[in-house]
Design a protein around this ligand. Structure first.
Ligand code: PMV
Length: 320
């Protein structure tokens, strides 16, 4: 009745923003992401008759705040009345700060809980369950370049290209730690209901997905860079034009974009992307990673840097 799984966060290059079904947490648009290698969440789940309530520790510290969302995810995986669970989460990067910790957490939790409950599930079933907890978590089930596709009755995930087939590097510039002011679920609904740009965003997503898919097939870094930056800025424009406006950036976020532009002007193969937080993710060819890291580290306001290659999807670890 126990399972341990590890999953890495993923960074969307073509973003998911907006839901077509809030109750089922189904996205309004498809998305394409890269799964990281060096940032991870390890989840250990034990279903135990002796427990009277679910328990959660994050990096060894008891936590009540995240527990309801994690417990709901366990309810959906197990389906029927279940034993109470002890969940131990170990995460080697800041949580809830726009670094996709919910993606790695829910991907790892779903895989660990299915194993602990003795359920053999397909990737499609795991993706659907992880996606109900956090839309982006479904993508962390797979490694490398991953597309999340909207199907008639849900979602599907597929690998477009394995991590070692196009080994890019991601330099994450952390400009602020701590939880974000507005969670992504609430922010997406504000955008859907109030942003004048939201309908265009949904309409144009298929074209951006086609362009990115072709760029990945051709290993065309410049084409991927152009569409990824465009898609990212379009998503943030929706938020800025919402009522109330939502601006996740800070001054250092903007300075990081200037750093990336300066690197590009020197023919460094790098582009930026930003999620619902102030961190800047600079995606580059491996031979430019040291240059990109040095330039972002020297950018005023950058508190920390994390560098990661691309990695595999969520997987079980043997439980001692
Ligand atoms: O999975 P959620 O609910 O945390 O939403 C993720 C939204 C973005 O990170 C901004 C974009 C994406 O596709 O990951």
């Amino acid at each position: 009745m126990q399972g341990t799984a590890i999953a890495q966060p993923n960074i969307a290059l073509i973003k998911y923003w907006g839901k077509r079904d809030v109750a089922l947490n189904l996205p309004a648009v498809g998305s394409i992401s890269i799964t990281l290698r060096d940032l991870h969440t390890r989840m250990h789940v034990t279903f135990d008759d002796a427990l009277e309530a679910d328990e959660l520790t994050i990096n060894g510290v008891p936590d009540q705040g995240m527990l309801p969302r994690l417990a709901s995810c366990l309810d959906r995986v197990v389906e029927h009345d279940r034993r109470c669970a002890r969940i131990d989460s170990q995460c080697n990067f800041p949580i809830a700060a726009g670094l996709a910790s919910s993606a790695s957490s829910f991907a790892a939790l779903t895989v660990a809980a299915a194993h602990a409950a003795g359920k053999a599930m397909t990737t499609a079933e795991l993706a659907s369950l992880a996606g109900q907890a956090s839309g982006s978590a479904a993508r962390s089930l797979l490694g490398g370049f991953v597309e999340l596709v909207n199907t008639d009755d849900g979602i599907a995930v597929e690998t477009l290209c394995d991590a070692d087939e196009w080994p890019l590097e991601v330099v994450v510039a952390i400009t602020e730690t701590g939880p974000k002011a507005v969670g992504s679920t609430e922010a997406m609904e504000i955008s859907r209901k109030t942003s004048p740009f939201y309908a265009n965003w949904v309409d144009q997503q298929a074209a951006d997905l086609d362009t990115a898919r072709a760029a990945i097939d051709d290993r065309d870094f410049d084409a991927l860079a152009r569409v990824a930056e465009h898609n990212c800025l379009k998503m943030h424009s929706i938020m800025w034009a919402s009522r109330p406006p939502m601006v996740y950036w800070n001054a250092a976020t903007m300075r990081c974009l200037e750093t990336v532009r300066a690197l590009q002007a020197r023919d460094v193969a790098v582009f930026f992307t930003i999620d619902a937080g102030p961190q800047v993710k600079a995606v580059c060819l491996p031979e430019h990673a040291a240059d990109v890291e040095g330039a972002l580290r020297a950018t005023p306001g950058v508190e920390d840097i994390m560098v990661s290659g691309l990695g595999p999807g969520a997987r079980l670890e043997s439980t001692p």
